[in-house]
Design a protein around this ligand. Structure first.
Ligand SMILES: C[S@@+](CC[C@H](N)C(=O)[O-])C[C@H]1O[C@@H](n2cnc3c(N)ncnc32)[C@H](O)[C@@H]1O
Length: 268
């Protein structure tokens, strides 16, 4: 598949109509007024990655995010991490994602928590960032790289839009050893849209793009815990078969075939 085939397939894997209504229904927030909902109320459904908001907190600590920092959330899903960063740290966020449905839902949810002024969402690809060079202090990329074949272009785009001294922070699921991986997985139904680079190739590609101080804080990115039954979770946004997809991932992590990574890299 070429780039546009992959991006079309990935966008349709994630996108789904009626998402805002379904999320609000799952949380009993159908009648909530704009600006009346705390960001925390959305965490059960808006963190579309293993490790939930705990992983987002660890990424924030590893990246050194703080008040006033300008962040690009590259592959922002329905905006869960962007709202976390804007709400907790008062950062200004640009966010972009391939899925138009997700961008629409992210805007709706920002309004609900009163953060529309702090976050600007748009649709687009991490392979072609529509921003000036040196625009950001932090580029944030949470569980996106598994859907991107051309990491060379992706990493050089992140390098370009970071200022000197800026930090690229990523979570990735790495391919640790050979052996069959069961699909479907949270990010892909088949291996046609799954690009789980090995940890060493992943960090080497960051160095090749010009980053220094490339570090994998893997111990801070544990695999997902079993889902608690009947609670709202990311399956509202990710699809009804998420418990099977999460179980497949957990099994491959336990067998040592996949490994969750949390990587920071600095633009010199
Ligand atoms: C597993 S979700 C993670 C979303 C979000 N980062 C989070 O953690 O809540 C992966 C996201 O990456 C986006 N994505 C995948 N490939 C992309 C690309 N080439 N450009 C922009 N977004 C992409 C998908 O549309 C999807 O929203």
């Amino acid at each position: 598949m070429d780039r546009s085939d992959i991006e079309r397939a990935v966008a349709s894997h994630y996108g789904r109509g009626g998402l805002t209504d379904n999320i609000l229904k799952s949380l009993g927030l159908q009648d909530a007024a704009p600006g009346s909902v705390p960001i925390e109320a959305l965490f059960p459904v808006d963190q579309l990655h293993h490790g939930g908001v705990g992983l987002t907190e660890k990424m924030a600590a590893a990246s050194g995010v703080r008040a006033g920092v300008k962040v690009l959330d590259a592959g922002s899903g329905i905006g869960g991490s962007a709202r976390f960063l804007a709400g907790r740290f008062d950062c200004d966020i640009d966010a972009m994602d391939l899925s138009e449905d997700y961008v629409q839902t992210a805007n709706d949810l920002d309004m609900l928590v009163g953060l529309s002024e702090k976050i600007s969402h748009r649709a687009g690809s991490v392979l072609d960032l529509p921003y000036e060079g040196g625009s950001f202090d932090v580029v944030w990329c949470q569980n996106v790289t598994m859907n991107v074949a051309d990491k060379k272009t992706m990493f050089s785009e992140a390098f370009r839009v970071l200022r000197s001294g800026g930090v690229y922070v990523l979570t990735h699921i790495g391919r640790k050893s050979d052996g069959a991986i069961d699909y479907p997985l949270p990010w892909a139904i088949t291996e046609a849209t799954s690009f789980v680079t090995s940890p060493s190739d992943f960090t080497q590609a960051l160095s090749d793009a010009g980053f220094t101080d490339v570090r994998d804080h893997a111990k801070d990115a544990p695999p997902p815990p079993p889902a608690s039954k009947g609670e709202p979770d990311d399956s509202v946004a990710m699809g009804a078969d998420m418990s099977l997809r999460r179980d497949n991932m957990r099994r491959s992590v336990a067998a040592g075939r996949l490994v969750p990574m949390l990587v920071t890299a600095v633009k010199p």
